[in-house]
Write a protein that binds this ligand. Structure first.
Ligand code: HEM
Ligand code: HEM
Length: 174
């Protein structure tokens, strides 16, 4: 269950791959740009965006708490790239939190209310709230930055596995 200095435990691994899968599917929302959403990506995969985004928020809050508790007993990063790796992982965590939070502010700020999996959490008000809209408008720019970060992250994982041939991917994968 717990992490160790040479391997990530089951909880960390399940959280990592579940959130990774959900987030990668959330990026399909960019598909709304194709033909104004009149496209199979926009029509079949995108309507779940808010429900799955809120699920990501719940999982990530749990993931952050878990990561803090495991901090001293997880694989440690040393050497010249340590700062880059820690900074990169920190920015991934920040993006994972900011994406759903700005999404919520976008919806509530526009007065649309908020619902997930068919349950209404915040009623529709129809009234716009300026500060929420301002922060909510960051949802799209942060999504682009997040996409760049995730691409770099995946490239680094594959580089470790296929070029350096160390166990970085294996200690997260299985
Ligand atoms: C990890 C979570 C999330 C990710 C990765 C994500 C990603 C994205 C992406 C890539 C777009 C398309 C942006 C563009 O085309 O410029 C988008 C749009 C949108 N997202 Fe999210 N999102 C997440 C969570 C949420 C949540 C929780 C909500 C609502 C509570 C939400 C509401 C929206 C809305 C309303 C749009 C359309 C915005 C517009 O048309 O301008 N998102 N999201
Ligand atoms: C949206 C997608 C993803 C996000 C947000 C993400 C985020 C993270 C974060 C924050 C960590 C630090 C460890 C932790 O706290 O759990 C991590 C570790 C890791 N991730 Fe991802 N990840 C994503 C997708 C992927 C994918 C697709 C791969 C493989 C191709 C991958 C491979 C790894 C590996 C190998 C580690 C361990 C790195 C190390 O020990 O230095 N990740 N990931």
């Amino acid at each position: 269950m717990n992490d160790s200095t040479h391997h990530y435990g089951a909880v960390t691994r399940v959280l990592h791959w579940a959130t990774a899968l959900l987030i990668l599917s959330q990026f399909l929302k960019f598909g709304d740009r194709i033909n104004d959403g009149e496209h199979w990506i926009g029509q079949t995969l995108v309507p779940t965006h808010i429900s799955l985004g809120l699920l990501v928020l719940a999982l990530v809050v749990f993931r952050v708490v878990w990561a803090i508790r495991q901090r001293s007993q997880r694989p440690q990063h040393e050497g010249p790239t340590a700062l880059l790796v820690k900074g990169g992982h920190g920015l991934l965590y920040l993006s994972m939190l900011l994406m759903p939070l700005t999404g919520i502010l976008y919806m509530v700020g526009n007065g649309y209310g908020l619902g997930a999996f068919g349950v209404q959490l915040i009623e529709k008000s129809g009234a716009e709230t300026g500060w929420m809209l301002a922060l909510g408008s960051l949802h799209s720019p942060i999504a682009w930055l997040f996409l760049v970060l995730v691409t770099g992250h995946i490239a680094a994982a594959l580089y470790h596995h296929f070029v350096v041939k160390d166990d970085t991917l294996r200690r997260m994968a299985g």
